[in-house]
Design a protein around this ligand. Sequence first.
Ligand SMILES: C[S@@+](CC[C@H](N)C(=O)[O-])C[C@H]1O[C@@H](n2cnc3c(N)ncnc32)[C@H](O)[C@@H]1O
Length: 324
Amino acid sequence: MPITEPLAQSPLSADLQAILRCLSCGSKLENDRAAGFVCPACKRVYPNMQGIARFVDAQHYAASFGFQWHRYQKTQLDHDELRESERHFLMKTALRPEDLKGKLVLDVGCGMGRFAEVATRWGARVVGVDLSAAAEVAAKNLASRDFVAFQADVFALPFAPESFDVIYSIGVLHHTPDCEAAVKALDKYLKPGGLLVVWLYSGYNKWYRFSDFWRRYTHKMKPETLHRMLKVAVPFFYNLQQGLKHVPLVGRPAAGLVHHVFPVNRQKDPEARMLDTFDWYSPKYQSKHTYEQVFKWYEAMGMEDMRVGEISIAVRGRKPVKAH
Ligand SMILES: C[S@@+](CC[C@H](N)C(=O)[O-])C[C@H]1O[C@@H](n2cnc3c(N)ncnc32)[C@H](O)[C@@H]1O
């Protein structure tokens, strides 16, 4: 579902083009204005469509996200009166402006660009990748920022090793078929001394069991159909819970039971509530993780200076600087 108006991504700067690599043979890519990026060695072409270089041939299992971020392009984007994404970025990454200022940063699974918006506001140069057509929305939302979006897969990224100062991925890698492999795939692209930050769904609390049951069916629905269904179901279950709370004695436990069996997001803003409920029920893959697991993965990569964020599961580590 491409956006219709032409995108205005500025031409890629020479230093960013220098880190682009062919997925087939690893050679440096050349920019061919008409075709996109072309590998001079094996001649593979990565087309430029709607102003976005495409390093995948389709959205694959992420099509529901393409739908979601085209439908809710700006709902979670910060503006003068709202700094909710910045608040989440702080809590889910433990990064501070001084960690990002002047750094080359990779946002893996950038969605519509809410966190890249924060990172660029803090002075980072950000490259965003997303498997879905969300890359188009991010490029449009951040057209005036130091940001470039590519449609690409975390398991096949078109970058030279050790290209980035900071790599973060928020709410993404648990939506891949193999979260551990996805986390470990990122180490290669980080400069020595660089920071790798991931935020994943928590496996400690089992409240989501019923939603996992429903998702077995909902993820198979067409995104448009699921969205139409949730347009009815979300207000219904939300209002039912709110109403039940006013019933004396049994009201609150009954509202809790409804929420347990038919979980819908409970934010005040109806649009944010719809977006987050769709985001919960649409993905094919949605694994949950513990700090024990993620720390083991980081240890296996040899990461140092480990920190955790304020919202589980948020893990940050530093790639060791090589001994001379
Ligand atoms: C829940 S959204 C999160 C987006 C953004 N990080 C945020 O927090 O707003 C998950 C995103 O991960 C992307 N994604 C899923 N699998 C991916 C993969 N293998 N490579 C790159 N992106 C992927 C989806 O297309 C989707 O935009």
